[in-house]
Write a protein that binds this ligand. Sequence first.
Ligand SMILES: Nc1ncnc2c1ncn2[C@@H]1O[C@H](COP(=O)(O)OP(=O)(O)OP(=O)(O)O)[C@@H](O)[C@H]1O
Ligand SMILES: [Mg+2]
Length: 235
Amino acid sequence: MLKIENLHAAYGPVEALHGINMQVQPGSIVGVLGANGSGKTTLFKAIAGLVRVTQGTAAFNGVMLSNQTAQSIVKQGVSLVPQGRMLFPEMTVLENLEMGAYLLNDRTEFGKRLEAVQTMFPILKERAHQMVALMSGGEQQMLAIGRALMGQPDLILLDEPSIGLAPKIFDQILATVRDINARRKTTIVIAEQNVRKILKIVDHAYVLESGKVAISGTAQQLSGDESIRRAYLGL
Ligand SMILES: Nc1ncnc2c1ncn2[C@@H]1O[C@H](COP(=O)(O)OP(=O)(O)OP(=O)(O)O)[C@@H](O)[C@H]1O
Ligand SMILES: [Mg+2]
């Protein structure tokens, strides 16, 4: 389980998260919602060890993450799929997938993982030797998720996968997210601004505002909440 208590994080002297509390049950899909600048990415970076935590803790399966390096957090089974995907555009699809398993030395295990990812995303096999820059946005998002899966994480932090995607392609990505969660039992936390679609696939969600949790609850509770309906669902 991911347990975040009173988490504060800062960029230099400027604090961006002001005491986040959050719990994610194993095997669940949890949403982190909120407008631009509300702190979604900062929260993911703080969990992944990529931004300075100034107060509070993040723990995964009882192991404290907030005093570890980014690399050792990956070794704990936590994988970030960053906003904007952050692929290596001049490298091939296969080379990008290899980067996702850079901690692995076992060729047999590597082959197994690659096959599983390529079965889930056949396009990543068909285009294995194509340069990433030539892939579409949706294909690149699949590759970013595939790269994370190569590390066989227990927890995936998926940051705004919808960016730059047509609604239909985003729906495909969400279907894949559900599939990964159902088949691999991977816990998934997904940050998004598309509240309507996210509330359909998550068990629980947190709405951030100015670096704090404004409201949280089950998808059903949030869908029924008057302020959420007005602010985010246009109802
Ligand atoms: N590298 C940085 N240096 C300084 N401040 C930053 C940096 N990145 C983000 N911030 C600030 O931290 C706050 C939270 O930003 P963050 O990127 O976490 O929001 P977000 O919810 O992910 O937004 P978006 O939906 O636009 O991705 C904002 O006030 C932002 O200006
Ligand atoms: Mg963001």
